[in-house]
Design a protein around this ligand. Structure first.
Ligand code: NAD
Length: 455
């Protein structure tokens, strides 16, 4: 498997993919080691994960360079991602005792009722490339804390980072047999689906997620899916500072080249402020530095996958053919690297691909609406349900609107943000189950009810 730098199109290195025999061997090791890891106790496991946290700090520069080399995001955004992962781990370390320890529900002299949280066993984590640290730690850190052993399959586009994660976890003290890595693309994923895991935790596209869900169903084990989105954002006419809103929302749409599951993917603007918003938004885009992800100050680096350039071109073509106006950008950038111009389409309608299909790139459709009712109708018109956002002077108005949107997350005056203390969950085609928060800690456990009668 060739690992390609998306900014230079050069082969960085070649790795050996896993096959049926190697994966059989790895799952056997995991099964053998899991019980001892669970017996070590939460306190011991917490110490090990704390070591991993510290290593992310001391090795930040090296890790950021590796990440940028294989996914093409600006170096500063790679550093930010690792720091963001640390914040999540910290929350998990502070809260694991509270949420993973036994809970005493009834405590009388005759009866004790207790809930214990047992690990699932050996879990399989099939992961994505866009934020390998963030989406990775959502799964393998709470899984390890809860006493599971983990088979981690990084995306084929983030394999080097996957290997770095494995190296640091081992260096931190995770026993060799408790964390194993499966290298490769969809063929490796398919082989993992045939093995006997005690739970599957997937981050990736709806298409792959649906396939995994169907295949895993027969096993009767937990299967959690964190999938894509087509996240809407609505700007009402009462916002105080249109310029600041335009800058913040442009970042929400274009950070990491728009390759975020919760990137703003569609914008609806009240007609009274539409022209002013568009002009401030466009001005913001023009101020960004586009270029090599290793160059200082670059905000728009390279896309990770070459094929996505075609998807973006098709979305532009479909929109323009159906009456949209291309305000800025619209095509790939010549030269080496998978680069696409930051693109704004206006005069769009909700039927266009750019307003319905996940773009996962530096492109946005902006549409004028006449009132909140129309905005709600448009925002709800999607098969996805990850996040939705409203910018308004009024929290009540924003909450009133967001309560009518079927999404796992609602934002008022913010967007494209994740908090370790809150559940990260998608509805409809955006996923099943939750990571992060206490629910995400317990997602890797099975509860046991203890009825202890003293008679
Ligand atoms: P993808 O579905 O192409 O691949 C995800 C993983 O699945 C990879 O490791 C891949 O090798 C593996 N895979 C592919 N085919 C498989 C098969 N048949 N069987 C088993 N495994 C298989 O997704 P991607 O391109 O890596 O990630 C981008 C998608 O992930 C976007 O849709 C994005 O929105 C979503 N995402 C969601 C979240 C979230 O938290 N909801 C976070 C990050 C990314």
């Amino acid at each position: 498997m060739n690992i390609i730098n998306p900014a230079t199109e050069e082969i960085i290195t070649t790795l050996q993919e896993d096959n049926e025999a190697s994966l059989n061997q790895k799952i056997a090791i995991l099964k053998k080691s899991q019980e001892d890891w669970a017996k070590q106790g939460l306190k011991e496991r917490t110490k090990v994960i704390q070591n991993f946290y510290d290593l992310l700090d001391t090795e930040n520069e090296t890790l950021a360079a590796v990440l940028t080399s294989e996914v093409g995001k600006p170096l500063q955004q790679s550093r930010n991602e690792i720091n963001g992962a640390k914040t999540r781990i910290q929350w998990m370390l502070h809260n694991s005792d509270k949420y993973l320890s036994d809970e005493l529900i009834v405590n009388t002299s005759e009866l004790k009722e207790i809930i214990s949280y047992d690990p699932l066993g050996v879990i399989c984590n099939i992961s994505a490339w866009n934020y390998p640290y963030l989406v990775g730690v959502n799964v393998f850190i709470p899984a390890l804390l809860a006493g599971n052993a983990v088979m981690y399959k990084p995306s084929e586009y983030a394999s080097l980072t996957g290997l770095e994660i494995e190296r640091l976890l081992k260096k931190a003290g995770v026993p060799d047999g408790v964390f194993q890595i499966a290298l490769g693309a969809h063929q490796t994923g398919e082989l993992l689906l045939d093995l006997d895991f005690d739970g599957y935790f997937f981050t990736g596209s709806y298409r792959t997620g649906q396939h995994i869900y169907q295949k895993v169903a027969a096993k009767m084990v937990p299967c959690q899916l964190e999938l894509g989105g087509k996240d809407p954002l609505y700007v009402t006419e009462d916002v105080k500072d249109i310029n600041a809103v335009a800058i913040g929302t442009a970042d929400g749409a274009f950070y990491n080249n728009g390759q975020s599951c919760c990137a703003v993917e569609r914008i609806y603007v009240h007609e009274k402020i539409y022209e002013d918003y568009i002009s401030a938004f466009n001005k913001e885009l023009k101020s960004w530095k586009i270029g090599s992800p290793t160059e200082k100050g670059v905000y728009i680096g390279s896309l990770t996958r070459k094929e996505q350039l075609n998807v973006l071109e098709q979305q532009v073509e479909d929109a323009v053919k159906n009456g949209a106006v291309l305000l800025t950008g619209g095509k790939r950038i010549n030269g080496k690297g998978y680069n696409f111009e930051p693109t704004i389409l206006v005069n769009v309608s909700n039927e266009m691909k750019v307003m319905q299909e996940e773009s996962f790139g530096p492109i946005i459709g902006i549409m004028k609406v006449k009132d909140d009712a129309e905005a709600i109708r448009m925002m709800q018109d999607t098969e996805y349900g990850l996040t939705a956002s409203v910018y308004s002077a009024s929290m009540d108005r924003a909450q009133q609107i967001l309560s009518q949107i079927d999404s796992g997350t609602g934002y008022w005056n913010c967007c494209d943000r994740v908090s370790a203390g809150l559940p990260w969950s998608g509805r409809k085609h955006s996923g099943i189950g939750a990571t992060l928060s206490h629910q995400g800690l317990r997602a890797f456990t099975k509860p046991k009810a203890w009825h202890l009668r003293n008679s």
